[in-house]
Design a binder for this molecule. Structure first.
Ligand code: GLC
Length: 752
């Protein structure tokens, strides 16, 4: 029974609703169907004025966080005037209830608000940053952590997260590479689905599921020069075969909302781009949810040089299929006028309003607009011990062992370590950027605290040595003394959390400040001692010098609230590292963009003659990266053998089975991410030198063997061809099953 309608003709409206809800409640003997919601939405819209419909297309930011360039403190007035359909950056059961009451009890129709927030890799319990989560290649763990984020966020009144960010990114200068799943389409698409399922669950009407939002549509990660918000130009090949697929995966997973990208795409800003929002998202993909702009993005059509003023920008956005305006005030100020002046078809406003209202019905907000504002649940859910434990496990699963010469890791509990570096005792940066309502001090566990679970303080000699940034080397000598007094040296270094994320791009991807100099000083002072470098950073770094100086390197990204525990679990061998890079680490920024599945070119470097003239190479660097996509070591060894194919030739309706036996030949039990790669040797457009087409994470006890099989059909081999048709072409394919992307093929099959 709906109770939110307040109007002078209450009886009529209530009877209308009662009839519909009774009728639809009969229809809903099974489960609420969109049809009954659509009937209710149509009935409600028949009561709404144009201004009230426009109000649903407006979103403002509250004062719980600042995530954009402007603030507007008049949102309470706008809400009471039914000029707002959603709020962002408002959380807590109390704060959301307060604003919800304004909408529900002080407006004519009492339509509830949506509350959105950037729950990107956790809400209070913060998981590793998303680039780190991708390194786990563990879809179940990613979905589990996302479910936890939804549990905590929904407990504080949040209905909607602006995640997952599914932008493919191949430029480490771009700060937002930290928020996505890295460089690969297949891995990125699988992870997009895991996030959507984690946030939305299987029933949006439950009070612990929240709307997901695929962002930023589209091409944001291809910003020129890795500079945020910069221009994006790309051909159909890259757009169709690289940047669009993870968004299509999110649609296939049932994502309820999309967010526009800030960038222009081939001359047309995304926020007014009919081709991507109407032709592709709506017409080709049949997306039924609603589209919200990014923060003030409608207004930004003016500096883009695409709109002459705010009113013109408002018209362009709604005509491109954009349903809700985040923080521009454009829709609130101009949309009704544009309709009344015949500049905008009222049907466009009706469509936008309808999509937004339908989503509110799906969440159950018309049945109980306060269902997410439960202060008791808020107390019970936040920071549950099992959530913090899950974050600890994720931190361990996301840490990539980049090198481990002479098996210097795991550490020996009987040895004394010198613990050095600006991030060793850090609790401020460890939860990374976009850390929602995470606690940057009290709750976060530093690496030092994690190590203290394994070593008592008499075996830890701490010295910060230097800051993350700056030229101060006054503490170098203390650090050198600490190293001299220890058996091994553990250096915890990296970036500040706000050196990546939005508007946080770098033209230099080396360790900032004097950190590398400190490693050199330690190396020189104790040439025979083993140095273990533990990194916290939001992007691939140029580690060419560190690779020469350190005996072991563990990439932990920003490992989250329980990060110190998880990292220590890896350092001391409680967790045998299994993570694999989701993104390439270059030797030098000069190689960027560099990624594993590039094109071969017409003059590839011959493997047997790297110095051959007139080849596609550099005078001053190899073409190969320092650490490739899919790379990650274990404390044990995995051997791949017996790669067999069910056939050497397949037809278009056949399934090829490819299998390999993996044996744990080392001294530790552990997980291995088994990866399937394919190379389409000849195509109507050139094809990447290799493409990930499958992976499976397996556990092997020492000495144990398992056979992993992958089934391949023509669906797995399709791509957008020269005619931009999604199709497969006959011919020869190379195939391999490996534990990294760094290999040469040795087997083929033919499709005919
Ligand atoms: C920011 C980001 C976007 C985020 C939004 C709301 O500018 O680009 O990813 O969801 O604004 O905070």
């Amino acid at each position: 029974m709906t109770h939110i309608l307040k109007t002078q003709n209450f009886i009529v409206v209530a009877l209308t609703f009662c009839f519909l809800s009774c009728k639809s409640s009969v229809a809903q003997t099974a489960s609420p169907s969109t049809t009954s919601y659509e009937q209710k939405v149509d009935s409600l819209m028949n009561l709404m004025t144009l201004q009230e419909k426009v109000g649903q297309t407006v979103m403002y930011s509250g004062s719980g966080a600042v995530t954009g360039p402007t603030v507007n403190k008049n949102f309470r007035t706008y809400i009471k005037d039914a000029e707002v359909g959603a709020m962002l950056n408002v959380y807590s059961a109390k704060a959301t209830r307060d604003l919800q009451k304004l909408a529900v009890e002080e407006t004519r129709l009492g339509i509830p608000l949506l509350f959105g927030y950037d729950v990107i890799h956790g809400f209070r319990t913060i998981f590793p940053i998303n680039l780190g989560l991708a390194a786990s290649w563990d879809l179940e763990d990613i979905e589990k952590g996302t479910r936890i984020a939804a549990e905590e966020a929904s407990a504080v009144g949040i209905h909607w997260t602006f995640a997952p960010m599914v932008d493919i990114a191949r430029d480490p200068r771009w700060g937002r590479i930290s928020e996505g799943a890295g460089e690969d389409v297949y891995l990125g698409s699988k992870i997009a689905k895991a996030y959507v399922h984690g946030f939305q669950g299987d029933d949006l009407s439950k009070d612990n599921t929240i709307l997901a939002c695929a962002k930023h549509f589209v091409g944001y990660g291809a910003a020129q020069a890795g500079r945020d918000y910069h221009t994006v130009n790309m051909g159909h090949d890259e757009l169709r075969n690289v940047y669009l697929p993870p968004f299509k995966a999110a649609v296939d997973a049932g994502v309820e909302t999309f967010m526009t990208a800030f960038n222009e795409l081939n001359g047309v800003p995304a926020t007014a781009n009919k081709f991507i929002f109407r032709d592709i998202l709506r017409d080709e993909w049949n997306f039924k949810g609603f589209v919200v702009t990014d923060y003030t993005a409608i207004n930004e059509l003016i500096p883009h040089g695409f709109a002459k003023d705010q009113k013109h920008a408002t018209k362009l956005a709604i005509e491109a299929g954009i349903d809700q305006d985040m923080m521009s005030s454009a829709n609130r100020l101009h949309l009704a006028d544009l309709v009344n002046e015949g500049e905008v078809d009222v049907a466009l406003v009706n469509d936008a309003c309808r999509r937004i209202l339908l989503t509110k019905y799906k969440l159950g907000l018309f049945d109980d607009p306060y269902k997410y504002c439960n202060e008791q649940r808020e107390k019970e859910v936040i920071y549950k011990p099992e959530f913090l434990e899950a974050a600890r496990q994720s931190a361990a699963m996301c840490s990539v062992l980049l090198k481990n010469d002479e098996k210097v890791l795991p550490l020996d509990k009987n040895q004394t370590i010198a613990l050095i570096g600006p991030l060793a005792k850090d609790k401020e940066n460890i939860i990374g950027n976009w850390a929602a309502a995470g606690d940057r001090r009290g709750k976060a566990i530093s690496v030092h605290q994690g190590i203290q679970e394994y070593l008592n303080d008499s075996k830890i000699i701490f010295s910060k040595g230097c800051d993350i940034e700056g030229d101060d080397e006054s503490d170098f000598q203390n650090a050198i003394n600490a190293a001299k007094g220890a058996d091994k040296v553990v250096m915890v270094m990296g970036e500040d959390y706000d050196m990546s994320g939005e508007a946080a791009c770098r033209t230099n991807i080396k360790l900032p400040g004097r950190q590398t100099d400190l490693i050199k000083a330690i190396r020189k002072a104790v040439p025979d001692k083993k140095i273990i470098l533990v990194l916290m950073n939001g992007r691939p770094l140029d580690l060419s010098e560190e690779d020469m100086l350190a005996d072991a390197i563990l990439e932990t990204w920003f490992p989250g609230t329980s990060g110190g525990y998880g990292v220590a679990d890896v350092l001391f061998g409680k967790y045998n590292p299994s993570a694999k890079l989701p993104v390439t680490f270059p030797r030098t920024l000069g190689q960027v963009p560099i990624y594993y599945n590039m094109k071969n070119t017409g003059r590839p470097i011959p493997a047997n003659n790297p110095k051959d003239d007139y080849k596609s190479n550099y005078l001053d660097s190899p073409n190969t990266p320092l650490y490739p996509f899919g790379h990650g070591l274990s404390y044990t060894n995995f051997e791949y053998s017996d790669v067999t194919l069910s056939a050497n030739t397949i037809g278009f309706s056949d399934t090829l089975s490819a299998s390999a036996t993996i044996t744990n030949t080392g001294d530790y039990d552990g997980y291995e991410v088994v990866q399937l790669y394919v190379h389409d040797k000849v195509g109507s457009i050139t094809r990447p030198v290799k493409e990930l087409k499958g992976f499976e994470k397996i556990f092997l006890k020492k000495g144990e063997s398992k056979t992993v099989s992958f089934d391949i059909t023509v669906e797995d081999l399709k791509f957008y061809n020269a005619e931009m048709k999604f199709d497969v072409e006959p011919g020869e394919f190379e195939i391999a099953i490996k534990g990294t992307s760094d290999f040469d093929f040795g087997q083929t099959f033919t499709l005919e």
